[in-house]
Structure formats: C-alpha cells, structure tokens
Design a protein. Structure first.
Length: 86
C-alpha cells in the first residue's frame, strides 16, 4: 500500500515534466528522495512511466488536421442548398 501511495505521488509530481529529456532520471531521483531503492525503485519507476504514457490518448473523430476534398465539400454544399429550395 505504501508503494502505491508513493507511485501516485510521483505520478502527480512528474506529469508536468512529460515529454522532457531525461524524464526517467528525474523520476528516479524523485523516487530515491522518497526513500526507495533497489527493486522497489525500479518497480515504482516502471509503473509510473507506464501510467504516464497512458494519461493522454489521441482524440478520435476530430476533423481538424485532416485533408478534405474540396470537390466533395462543394458537391455536398450544392446538394444541401438544392434540398432547401424545394
């Protein structure tokens, strides 16, 4: 239970450093400051790194950033306008 609470504490502390260089070394130094060493240190650091990778997922269904076919968009717009006239 104590390792899980240290893991949660380290995850919150390291979230601000995501995508920076040497994040694993920073995490290891934070873990040793908490008093971890040896197998406990490697287990907690590995668990935190795994959880950190899962914190952000790419959004699905967004049209932003995707290439659009202008001919298809024009055809859809024409069809919409024609359906509004009748």
């Amino acid at each position: 239970m104590q390792l899980k609470s240290i893991e949660n504490k380290l995850l919150k502390a390291i979230e601000g450093y995501k995508d920076t260089k040497n994040i694993q070394q920073q995490l290891e130094s934070l873990a040793t400051a908490e008093g971890l060493e040896g197998d406990d240190l490697t287990a907690v650091v590995g668990a935190v790194m795994t959880r950190l990778k899962n914190t952000e997922k790419p959004k699905k269904g967004s049209k932003f950033g995707k290439a659009h076919n202008p001919n298809k968009q024009y055809a859809n717009l024409v069809q919409l306008i024609q359906s509004m006239r009748y």
